[in-house]
Ligand binder design. Structure first.
Ligand code: ATP
Length: 580
């Protein structure tokens, strides 16, 4: 059939259909009669006839016949493909158990840490190398046991799928990077697949991984920081050894007050719930720089087995802050350092007494500064109200301990420091004589379980503590700088840029008994005026005498004098600045 025939056939068929339709509008009886005689097609017969005509016409057109065949074959193939895919998917799901772990979640660390202990990983031939700190994950394998400088770490490569065995099951692990859409960031994901019929194997693996991680972390705390790139989330920036509480030296009672309060709070969830009080507690540690506020917080974290989440307000804004605080784990410490600086334009640690940054002046300017609570000029996008809402809004996590530190107590907005937000305010003062003596002992007494490396013995020495004039000679005899001498700055020299020879850790110190050290510590405390210098500066001073306790005592008075004149000079400079 050529195309002309085809057109004619279509036209005649169309005419027949039109006739059939037109007839239906006439009077039924007449039409029925007429139709019986004049048209071979009744209305009901016309349509199938037309359809079959069209169909036979189409099928007689060879190209269309081929298309129809292709269509049918394609549909069959696609249907088969889908059936096979669904079958494969079902089979896959019934034999593979899959789980993924996001970088900002603790479980990511558990799995990476667990994976690092697999023997198959040790022989992996494709790895990524990084010097970035991975918290506890450095267990992932370092190439050197040496503790010096930057360490390169091996990590599972982003382009590789690793296979390991776990309890007789084949396990695949892939570390991949997921783009965070229009914001341009990315986030790492660990994809774990276990070949197993029993679903419980995933629970077992997770429990093992978590336990192994926690055991490894027993003597460590993890420090998390908020990340702004690729969405706001917490990233484990480092892990560090727990700081023993006895290495923090405060006046009697302060450590116990803080630790007992925090411990009591953590054990009182039901008490809070029964009374409808939000299960949150805030601590404000204020006082002199270098008096041990941050160290105390880390130490409490270690004692209570809590991780520390450090909020950097410059890296977030109101809505992200609320999300970050909502994302916190159930039990943790949130740390906001120098909280006064966050909401005050131009505040700095080096401010002069004339600006609003000193305690006295800051309190005066407190309300005026509210206009700066948008952080203008400080790079901080969090507003004071945003912070307050995030701290105790509905989305805020329960069970957390908030620690805020400030050097300028008076500069804080009362709304921020009011009970309910900061329940316990503790002042950290400059060093007392008691603290000076204890710090001295802490420096020179032998460590409890470290008799081998300890430079001292507890066995009573026959030698009396040398008289003041004898100490220098004796000291020099006992304490020759046996290893390389390093240069440390010290206020002891007479010129303006003092330099003193210190000694390295490797140097052996003189053997003094506990009693001798105690006596030296009393003499040291006598030389240090009450509340004149910070514990940090005392620590810095003693560091230059780490193996020379007698010299530290002897030269303390001169050091104090040098510190005084430094302060006087600083005050003089400030006075000059004020006049300008
Ligand atoms: N009370 C203390 N006991 C033991 N060490 C202390 C004490 N105070 C300060 N130090 C030592 O001084 C250094 C600084 O301490 P830390 O950072 O805790 O002080 P801070 O009060 O938080 O200071 P800032 O207010 O400037 O942040 C640390 O190395 C710490 O070991």
């Amino acid at each position: 059939m050529d195309s002309v025939d085809l057109v004619q056939t279509v036209l005649s068929t169309f005419a027949a259909m039109t006739m059939a339709n037109g007839n239906s509008t006439r009077d039924n009886a007449t039409v029925a009669q007429q139709n019986t005689t004049s048209s071979p097609l009744s209305h009901s017969q016309a349509l199938p006839a037309v359809a079959s005509t069209i169909l036979s016409m189409l099928l007689s057109y060879s190209a269309l016949r081929d298309w129809a065949k292709l269509l049918i074959i394609g549909s069959v193939i696609e249907t088969c493909r889908r059936v096979v895919m669904n079958g494969w998917q079902t089979l896959h799901e019934s034999v593979w158990i899959s789980a993924s772990f996001e970088e900002d979640d603790s479980s990511y660390n558990w799995i990476l840490h667990w994976f690092s202990s697999r023997p198959q990983w040790r022989n992996a031939r494709t790895v990524d190398v990084s010097t970035r700190p991975f918290g506890l994950i450095p267990g992932i394998r370092n190439i050197t046991e040496d503790d010096k400088g930057e360490k390169p770490w091996y990590l599972p490569s982003l382009s590789e799928t690793y296979t390991v065995w776990y309890k007789g099951h084949y396990v695949r692990l892939t570390r991949r990077r997921q783009d965070e859409g229009v914001w341009g960031g990315h986030r790492e994901i660990l994809q774990l697949s276990i070949l197993a019929l029993r679903r419980g194997i995933l629970n077992e693996l997770l429990t093992d991984a978590m336990d192994a991680y926690k055991t490894a972390q027993e003597h460590l705390i993890s420090i998390y920081v908020n990340e702004a790139s690729g969405g706001d989330y917490w990233r484990c920036s480092t892990t560090r050894p727990k700081r023993p509480l006895n290495s923090i030296i405060l006046d009697p009672g302060i450590k116990d007050l803080l630790l007992n309060d925090a411990r009591d709070f953590l054990n009182s969830r039901s008490w809070y719930q029964a009374r409808g009080i939000p299960f949150r507690r805030g601590y404000l540690l204020h006082g002199a720089p270098g008096s041990g506020k941050t160290s105390m917080i880390h130490s409490i974290a270690g004692e209570l087995d809590l991780n520390v989440y450090v909020i950097s307000l410059s890296r977030t804004d109101d809505s992200s802050l609320a999300k970050l605080l909502g994302d916190l784990p159930d039990r943790c410490i949130i740390l906001m350092e120098d909280i006064d600086a966050a909401f005050r334009h131009g505040i700095s640690r080096n401010s002069t007494p004339d600006d609003k940054t000193t305690p006295a002046n800051a309190s005066k300017g407190n309300h005026a500064d509210q206009s700066h609570d948008d952080g203008l000029g400080t790079g901080i996008r969090v507003t004071l109200s945003g912070l307050l809402n995030a701290l105790d809004g509905v989305a805020a996590q329960e069970g957390r301990l908030l620690f805020a530190t400030t050097n300028f107590y008076g500069a804080l907005d009362p709304a921020l420091s009011r009970p309910g937000r900061m329940d316990l305010h503790v002042e950290f003062k400059l060093a007392s004589k008691y603290q000076a003596a204890e710090l001295f002992k802490c420096f020179y007494l032998p460590e409890q379980n470290d008799s081998e490396c300890s430079p001292y013995t507890d066995t009573p020495s026959n030698s009396e503590i040398p008289a003041r004039s004898d100490i220098t000679d004796d000291d020099q005899k006992r304490d020759p700088p046996t290893e390389k001498t390093i240069l440390l700055s010290s206020p002891m020299s007479s010129d303006d840029s003092p330099i003193i020879s210190g000694t390295t850790h490797g140097t052996r110190a003189p053997k003094l008994s506990r009693q001798e050290i105690t006596q030296l510590s009393s003499r040291f405390a006598e030389a240090i005026p009450e509340r004149m210098c910070s514990m940090a500066s005392l620590q810095c001073y003693l560091m230059t005498y780490k193996t020379r306790p007698e010299a530290a005592v002897l030269e303390a008075a001169a050091w104090v004098e040098a510190e005084r004149s430094k302060k006087r000079r600083a005050t003089g400079d400030e006075a000059v600045l004020r006049k300008m």
